[in-house]
Design a protein around this ligand. Structure first.
Ligand SMILES: *[C@@H]1O[C@H](CO)[C@@H](O)[C@H](O)[C@H]1NC(C)=O
Ligand SMILES: *[C@@H]1O[C@H](CO)[C@@H](O)[C@H](O)[C@H]1NC(C)=O
Length: 384
């Protein structure tokens, strides 16, 4: 149990508690007793001043409890300057006020950071206030929800996120990040005008593992735009655009390597599996595995792999600047999973630019068989 106490920020300096027993540090010079005492402090912040007080005090608290914090309009819950080994716990309901701005509504950075939701905690983005059916490309300016950026050797667990205005979680420049048991519930946006509510957007990262995620949204469940050693397993995706690589191309980092999606379910979504390389750009998509994926209620493409993405799927002529190589699909269960008006499998590659694909036990049926496939490498088939 963490002893939780409410500490107004101005009282922190005057705070006096018994020095806890801490193990002697191994390498660095021993911190002063005052330092140890400060860092052992658990701080609780609440209400409409909670976000700004937590920001100001972030370096003084080894545990930050955000209990029923009401973040004011136009303010970022900003914990981007945490000391190593800080724990951030959400309790009760966290809310954000309405304003048209780009956000983010929340930003957390650091090394050896533990971010978690207490039982019953909800992070409510209040998205319906912004939803207008136009997402990120028109209408109201909508704040992104959570920048989980620059996290090293860190964990995010047990967050229940509801109703994000647009994109939910942006993971960028992460190095060894484990995300477990996170729910993104934007179901209300299905009929309420939610759009571009991506679940997880991942870029510039090495070693990201996402397990047991539940994503109900209206865009990619997961989109890996760049990065290495990314795994998504045991997830459920509903209502969105499926498990995506890309779009790749046109950014500063255009390499996606060693990405695994496994033992997950995609339902009531426009696509199941999608790999998008942008037409005319350069980059690398290599070492991609989809294994143990169940598809149902797919309305666009069961599997879509394209080298002619151009702001939209299947635009123009495929180009070879972003080769798609080493693609393994195994145990893809989509028997009857694609709706009759939709397409089972579509592959559009430039000549020779897709290679070394291994497909085993890929069954995706119910929809149409594409007649437009091109550049399909041996090992794969558009009539799976
Ligand atoms: C968060 O605070 C840091 C300084 O600690 C600042 O550099 C950064 O711009 C802030 N982020 C936002 C979104 O306001
Ligand atoms: C595919 O499914 C079979 C039967 O359920 C299982 O034995 C095999 O290990 C699976 N292969 C992969 C790569 O998941």
């Amino acid at each position: 149990m963490i002893a939780s106490r409410s500490i107004p920020v101005l009282a922190l300096a005057a705070l006096s508690i018994a020095s806890p027993v801490v193990p002697a540090p191994e390498i660095t010079a021993a911190p002063s007793p005052a330092e140890i005492q400060k860092r052992a402090t658990s701080c609780t912040f609440s209400g409409s001043s909670g976000a700004s007080l937590a920001s100001v005090s972030q370096k003084s608290c080894s545990t930050i409890v955000l209990s029923n914090v009401a973040v004011p309009s136009g303010v970022t819950l900003n914990l981007s300057d945490l000391e190593d080994d800080t724990t951030v716990i959400f309790e009760g309901t966290t809310t954000w006020g309405y304003k048209e701005w780009a956000g983010p509504l929340m930003q957390i950075e650091g090394s050896h950071i533990t971010i978690k939701g207490a039982s019953g905690a909800v992070l409510n983005g209040n998205g319906a206030e912004w939803w207008d059916g136009e997402g990120g490309s028109g209408g109201k300016t909508k704040p992104k929800f959570f920048y989980a950026h620059d996290l090293t050797d860190s964990t995010i667990s047990n967050l229940y996120i509801q109703n994000t205005p647009v994109q939910a979680i942006s993971i960028d420049n992460a190095n060894s990040l484990i995300v477990s048991g996170v729910t993104i519930d934007n179901r209300a946006g299905d009929t309420g005008g939610g759009k571009n509510t991506d679940g997880f957007d991942i870029g510039d990262s090495t070693g990201v593992t996402i397990t047991g995620a539940n994503v109900y949204n209206q865009d990619d469940c997961v989109a890996v735009n760049s990065g290495t050693s990314i795994t998504f397993s045991g997830g459920v995706c509903s209502g969105g655009h499926g498990l995506s690589i890309g779009s790749v191309g046109g950014r500063s980092d255009n390499t996606v390597e060693t990405v695994t999606f496994e033992n997950s379910e995609v339902k009531s979504s426009s696509n199941g599996i999608r790999i998008k390389a942008t037409e005319g750009d350069t980059g690398t998509i290599k070492g991609i595995t989809y294994s143990g994926i169940t598809l149902s209620g797919i309305t666009g493409y069961g599997i879509l792999i394209e080298q002619n993405y151009d702001g939209g799927d299947l635009k123009g002529t495929p180009t070879a600047g972003i080769p798609i190589t080493d693609v393994t699909l195994s145990n893809i269960s989509g028997s009857g999973g694609v709706q009759s008006s939709a397409t089972n499998v579509e592959i559009v590659c430039a000549s020779g630019a897709c290679s070394s694909w291994t497909w085993n036990n890929v069954v995706v049926t119910g929809g149409k068989t594409s007649t437009n496939c091109q550049g399909v490498p041996s090992g794969a088939s558009c009539s799976a």
